[in-house]
Design a protein around this ligand. Structure first.
Ligand code: AMP
Length: 397
């Protein structure tokens, strides 16, 4: 398999799939440039080699040609970031675009309009993929956040480049780091899972039960597990239809020798709001009129120790309603413990929109071994599923 570091791009046209699905405000200004910034090392490598880049991306979920989802909005920032000439093709395919591709010079970038303006993109249409493939000499996929989709430009297109396809530097780092955690972890290996609902995390929990030594649970899903064990969790978030599943998780964990940590105590409130009344209770004795909002202080200490004792840590999902400052302590304590574990030499990886938002809020992002930029794709990877964006490059099934 090609590694981008070893590939010479001089005088080649590289067809690069990125994920520039960035948030825009009402004036169509970018409010968070992280995803564009993350593509810079790959752009630099190709341009510095003396190649040119044809960028393909989606933005939003347009139905047809929707000007509010135009990639034109990111053009000024891309020019500023790269400092090279960036041309824009108002349609991702067609005669005019072909002419622009033909005229493209080394060290120039051609940004194509949103590929999702064509439904052939999400349909994974082979003819559409082939048309785009004809524009480049080499295909580079740097869009890890869409790697779980079998779309025309994220997976199907790779088949037209049997010998000249590779991951971009961002995607390669994602795949390498996730592989390290999921397939070759140093032990003890601890997974920390939080967030609102157990139903959205059950596949990852089941896969992790075959791989980890410890699972630490926080967030809303914690209460479903406590209720399944017979506890009173008041009006905390509970998925009653998942109680049997939660019991099965505990049984499998026991069989597999995986220790499951659930919260011993909980910070509760009388309503869902930052300035609500706060009281701490044992998690299985929450009064009927109170709801669990965050893990409690004893739990924080317990979780901290388990994290510090781990050689590998995977974290997805907040420990409580961290968006409210009064209920963000548990998430902060866990983030801080993971940061300490990193300092002590453990390999630590976090991912998922809310965990990353929390880590950024606490200004701890530099203190993790790796932070994944992707939510859905990372979860599916950790569920043990094969991702079309990866297998189309590696030729594995
Ligand atoms: P997820 O998208 O499943 O990872 O869930 C993230 C969301 O879970 C965040 O918006 C948190 O506010 C929310 N959350 C965490 N703990 C709780 C809780 N105890 N009750 C309700 N929501 C929670």
């Amino acid at each position: 398999m090609n590694r981008i570091q070893n590939y010479a791009f001089a005088n080649k046209k590289a067809l690069l799939r990125v994920d520039y699905n960035v948030p825009l405000n009402e004036q169509f200004e970018i409010t968070d440039t992280t995803r564009i910034d993350a593509s810079l090392p790959t752009l630099r490598k190709i341009l510095d080699d003396g190649g040119s880049v044809i960028i393909m991306s989606h933005l939003g979920r347009p139905k047809g040609k929707d000007a509010s989802c135009s990639l034109k909005h990111i053009l000024p920032y891309l020019r500023k970031l790269t400092g090279v000439e960036v041309l824009f093709a108002e349609d991702c395919i067609g005669a005019e675009t072909e002419a622009m591709v033909a005229r493209l010079q080394p060290k120039q970038i051609l940004l194509l309009e949103n590929v999702r303006f064509y439904k052939e993109e999400t349909d994974g249409d082979a003819a559409f993929a082939q048309k785009l493939a004809s524009y480049g000499d080499v295909y580079v996929n740097d869009a890890f956040a869409t790697a779980h989709r079998e779309h025309a430009t994220t997976a199907v297109i790779a088949r037209f480049f049997p010998n000249d396809k590779m991951f971009g530097l961002l995607m390669q780092a994602e795949v390498d780091n996730l592989n390290k955690v999921m397939n070759n972890p140093k032990r003890p290996f601890t997974a920390i899972l939080g967030g609102s609902k157990i139903s959205t995390k059950i596949n990852i929990i089941n896969n992790l039960l075959t791989k980890v030594d410890n699972i630490i649970l926080g967030g809303g899903m914690n209460y479903t597990v406590h209720k399944a064990m017979g506890g009173n969790v008041g009006k905390s978030l509970v998925e009653n239809e998942m109680l049997d599943v939660a019991r099965e998780v505990l049984e499998t964990a026991k069989k597999n020798n995986v220790k499951v940590y659930v919260s011993e105590d909980t910070v509760t409130s009388d309503r869902f709001g930052n300035d609500a009344l706060r009281r701490i209770y044992p998690t299985d004795e929450i009064p009927d009129d109170m709801e669990g909002m965050d893990i409690g202080p004893k739990t924080c200490l317990n979780y901290r120790q388990a994290i510090l004792d781990s050689a590998t840590v995977l974290w997805n999902g907040p420990m409580g309603v961290f968006e409210f400052d009064n209920f963000s302590n548990g998430t902060f304590m866990v983030a801080d413990a993971v940061a300490r574990a990193t300092e002590q030499g453990s390999f630590t990886l976090a991912g998922g929109g809310d965990s990353v938002a929390a880590i950024n809020k606490f200004k701890l992002s530099e203190k993790f071994s790796y932070i994944s930029t992707a939510g859905g794709a990372m979860l599916e990877f950790c569920e043990g599923r094969s991702l079309p964006g990866i297998t189309s490059i590696t030729d594995e099934k």
